[in-house]
Design a protein around this ligand. Structure first.
Ligand code: 5GP
Length: 194
């Protein structure tokens, strides 16, 4: 997605060969206009999948997921990382190791909102080693629903997440695919000249 790729180049900060900071439009301050375009793009890509629910993870997946939900006219559920006093329904949980925080969290959703009849689109902000997405796949499958696809805003294709998900037979669609963050520079997959 050209608009997103340009935004990353202009406003993203390469923190290391492994980590990209996008605090100015996705992970802290949010650019609503860009999120709307991202939502439209996910809706277009997954139009034929018969999606009934979107599942994401707090907190940075919520903005793109809500915009996709708005375009697709389906509800959005975000998995919670901490037990909430108000989340008293029966929970479905999975364990996820965080790439950026280097900590392990239990993530949960209520059984009430996702079930056998659903075709779920999983959305997240980044795909690195695939831990967060695999945790969400685990939860959705435990609910009896079908994972109809995985929509990622920024995929770091040099890390194994996309491959791990595709090996499970899942459809993964990423709006920006980063081949490398070497030398402080963002290079996209489609920029590599062979
Ligand atoms: P994974 O679970 O695929 O290893 O990592 C994905 C999760 O870690 C995302 O939900 C995202 O919050 C975070 N993450 C992974 N890599 C990056 C990165 O380069 N920059 C930022 N801002 N977050 C990242």
């Amino acid at each position: 997605m050209k608009l997103l790729e340009e935004k990353i180049k202009n406003d993203g900060k390469v923190l290391s060969d492994q980590v990209l900071k996008v605090d100015s439009f996705l992970n802290h301050q949010i650019d609503p206009q860009l999120m709307l375009e991202i939502g439209k793009e996910f809706a277009r890509i997954f139009e034929a999948e018969g999606i009934t629910k979107i599942v994401t993870i707090e907190s940075s997946g919520i903005a793109p997921a809500v915009m996709a939900g708005l375009q697709m006219n389906v509800p959005v559920i975000f998995a919670r990382k901490r037990k909430s006093l108000t989340l008293v329904d029966e929970l479905i949980s999975a364990t996820v190791h965080s790439f950026t925080k280097n900590e392990t969290n239990e993530i949960s959703i209520s059984k009430k909102y996702v079930n056998e009849i659903d075709r779920v689109l999983i959305i997240d902000d980044f795909l690195a080693n695939g831990e967060a997405a695999l945790g969400l796949v685990d939860i959705v499958q435990k609910s009896g629903a079908k994972v109809a696809g995985i929509g990622i805003v920024i995929e770091k294709s040099f890390q194994p997440g996309a491959q791990r998900l595709k090996e499970l037979g899942l459809r993964v669609e990423s709006l920006a695919r980063i081949a490398s963050l070497s030398n402080g520079e963002v290079t996209y997959i489609n920029e590599i000249v062979e």
